[in-house]
Design a protein around this ligand. Structure first.
Ligand code: ADP
Ligand code: MG
Length: 658
């Protein structure tokens, strides 16, 4: 590999892009005492000599040796699925190992082997990177070393945080901070380095949010009357009485709609809290003031469902509703687009991808975006550009507690639905192995009670990886639960077919739906009572919670089975967290803590995410300080340093402030 290739793979254009590829975690290599009795599942770090090294399988997927520790213990060790170690290790070599003791195997399962002369083994702390395929950690580390040992690079770093704040918090120079992060002598040093970037990140985030808010306050509209009486009639035509939470949200939205300022609101409420009804009421208010509205959702299935609901609800109110999706016939699509432009359609239901299309409304008044897991200002910036003149309502099922929301969603007004139409959801979650008889027992029980079963699988096609595919599970289930009961749905299936498959399932012609995560968001099949997720480790926590929101929607007892056959303790902990917690608040906190701003993993890997080192949960104090400072900076833009700082923030939506 060449350096140039590294830059390409990391999507880097300068040294700082490389340096900002922070370790995803640090492994503690402080040697632990090792003596019998060993503790099951405990992590041990041992220095010693490898003896009797053998591989029991031809491909080296099972390696066995004895470690003679320097403290005089002899322990049996096993390495699974890391055959390259056969080439690197030999009997009598001295190494440091990280291993977990497994009582049932009476062995230490080795996760890594490190050479004693390495920097990490000597300092006892090892930065671990998540690197794209093809980049070896040692090549990457050498590249970092080269950059950081060249003093000339010190001045090439891009750090515009005004001196005043660096002094206020005694932050060291960024170049030294990078050294401490990539080549720490100990945890104290690493944290000292991290402080610098945490503050940088928090200040940039908060400043951007403040700028967005100010920009947004300038978005004005012409206020049109909404006939409240007619609005009330519509609400009483709904098949249910609004919950207190829904009523409050509707009031807040109404107030926004009749205010001069354009609405910029987040409606958050756990899965099943009834956000759709609030969206429909808002769309009707918007219709009453003579404007067009659009409801966007991330998947075709969800749009389709909103469309069917909308048709039912609006049929007696002479509102013209149309569905437009990426998959529809070009001629029909063209027709609808032209009708939208002429103002013949009042409410457009569409997939989110549509906002990138160049179709225009005659008179757009309200944009609603469903299931928008918006944790970051960056995504909102883009959105605002698209919907610059209309009222904007975003809906999210991962609610964030108020105190935290004041930072994360600083630029937004927030409505929260805290109650649920059916009281407490009765969903039980279990983490099971794929061989667990509970799975088929639960399926049979569900079918016999005429309730549907969702089966979610991470991928579509079979390949040699060990994760399950929809194809494979579909085949297995047809044999086991009769062909006429099982349907299969994935993004690869043609649109017309997808529609039919989904209809068959909602109408209970089919009882079991095997699918990829196309059902993740919003899909409302009231009587589904069982959700089975294969290889549940492949999904993020909020995805799993979203998926779980597909069942228990009537308040009846429902079961969610998370299948995991692996042994990774971290994964198990994550899955067990779901077993213990069934509310969106806990889940989003856990997620915010573990995934930073919730930006996509890919973004994070490429170093382009908004939050690389901060997370909103652990670093709240940093954000709080940053908020104070950002306010001061924005209020003193006559100072050159401040002005430069604000201009340096990479905003799509370049603020007119400066
Ligand atoms: P989410 O907030 O997850 O989007 P939905 O809007 O899909 O939730 O609502 C969940 C279910 O609850 C739907 O079937 C909907 O018809 C029903 N529902 C919504 N509001 C009420 C209410 N006030 N009383 C009874 N049922 C309701
Ligand atoms: Mg919904």
């Amino acid at each position: 590999m060449t350096e140039r290739e590294l830059y390409t793979l990391l999507d880097a254009s300068n040294i700082e892009d490389i340096l900002r590829h922070f370790p995803s975690r640090y492994e503690d290599l402080t040697v632990t005492p090792v003596s019998a009795p060993y503790v099951d599942s405990k992590r041990y770090v041992v220095k010693g000599t490898i003896k009797n090294l053998r591989s029991f399988s031809r491909n080296g997927s099972f390696i066995h040796f004895y470690m003679h520790s320097f403290s005089g213990e002899v322990i049996p060790c096993v390495i699974y699925n890391q055959p390259f170690y056969m080439n690197v290790l030999s009997s009598d070599c001295e190494k440091l190992i990280v291993a977990y003791y497994k009582e049932n195997r009476k062995s230490f399962i080795v996760s890594s082997v490190i050479s004693l002369d390495s920097y990490a083994a000597q300092t006892g702390i090892k930065p671990c990177y998540s690197l794209p395929k093809g980049v070896s950690p040692s090549f990457f580390t050498n590249c970092l070393k080269k950059i950081l040992s060249n003093e000339n690079n010190r001045t090439k770093l891009f750090d515009k945080v005004p001196e005043k704040y660096k002094n206020k918090y005694k932050l060291i120079d960024a170049f030294d901070a990078y050294k401490m992060i990539h080549f720490p002598k100990d945890h104290v040093q690493k944290n000292e380095g991290l402080r610098v970037f945490k503050y940088q990140e928090a200040l940039a985030y908060v400043s951007k949010a403040m700028i967005l808010k100010k920009e947004n306050e300038k978005r004005k509209k012409i206020v049109l009357d909404i006939d409240v009486q007619k609005g009330k009639e519509f609400i009483s035509s709904l098949p249910f009485k609004l919950t207190e939470g829904q009523r409050k949200a509707v009031n807040q939205i109404y107030k926004d709609m009749v205010s001069k300022k354009a609405m910029y609101r987040l409606l958050q409420g756990d899965v099943g809290s009834g956000k759709t009804a609030v969206a429909f009421i808002s769309l009707y208010f918007n219709y009453l003031r003579g404007k067009q509205g659009v409801l966007l959702s991330p998947t075709f299935e969800l749009s389709k469902q909103h469309y069917q609901n909308a048709i039912k609800i609006f049929s007696s109110f002479s509102v013209k509703v149309e569905l437009i999706t990426g998959q529809m016939k070009a001629s029909r699509r063209k027709e609808i687009i032209s009708e939208i432009k002429q103002g013949k359609i009042d409410i457009v239901i569409a997939t989110t991808s549509i906002i990138s299309d160049d179709f225009t409304f005659e008179d757009l008044g309200l944009t609603i975006i469903d299931e928008q897991q918006l944790f970051g200002v960056k995504q909102r910036e883009k959105l605002l550009l698209k919907c610059s003149t209309s009222d904007l309502l975003m809906m999210s099922a991962t609610p964030i507690p108020r105190s935290m929301s004041q930072i994360i969603n600083y630029d937004l007004d927030v409505s929260s639905i805290e109650d649920s139409p059916f009281g407490k959801r009765l969903v039980k979650t279990e983490v099971v192995r794929s061989s667990d008889p509970l799975i088929s027992a639960a399926i049979n029980k569900c079918i016999s009670r005429d309730r549907q079963v969702f089966v979610v699988v991470p991928k579509i096609e079979e390949n040699n990886r060990s994760t399950k595919s929809t194809e494979e599970v579909y085949r297995e289930y047809k044999l086991r639960y009769k062909e006429e009961n099982v349907a299969c749905l994935n993004g690869r299936i043609k649109k017309e077919e997808r529609e039919k498959i989904f209809d068959d399932f909602t109408s209970k012609k089919k009882k079991i739906l095997v699918s990829t995560t196309v059902i993740e968001v919003g899909v409302d099949v009231k009587e589904a009572g069982l959700l089975i997720i294969y290889d549940s480790n492949c999904f993020g926590l909020s995805s799993l919670h979203q998926l779980r929101g597909r069942i228990g929607r009537t308040g009846d007892f429902s079961l969610c089975l998370l299948i995991y056959d692996g042994i990774d303790e971290e994964v198990k902990e994550k899955l067990n967290f779901l077993k213990e917690h069934d509310d969106g608040y806990s889940v989003s906190l856990y997620d915010l803590k573990n995934r930073g701003s919730g930006s996509y993993q890919g973004e994070k890997q490429s170093g382009k995410s908004e939050l690389l080192v901060c997370n909103f949960v652990d670093d709240r104090a940093v954000f709080t300080c940053a908020r104070e400072d950002a306010e001061e900076i924005l209020n003193n833009l006559d100072k050159k340093e401040n002005k430069e700082y604000i201009s340096s923030l990479d905003l799509n939506n370049k603020p007119h402030l400066v």
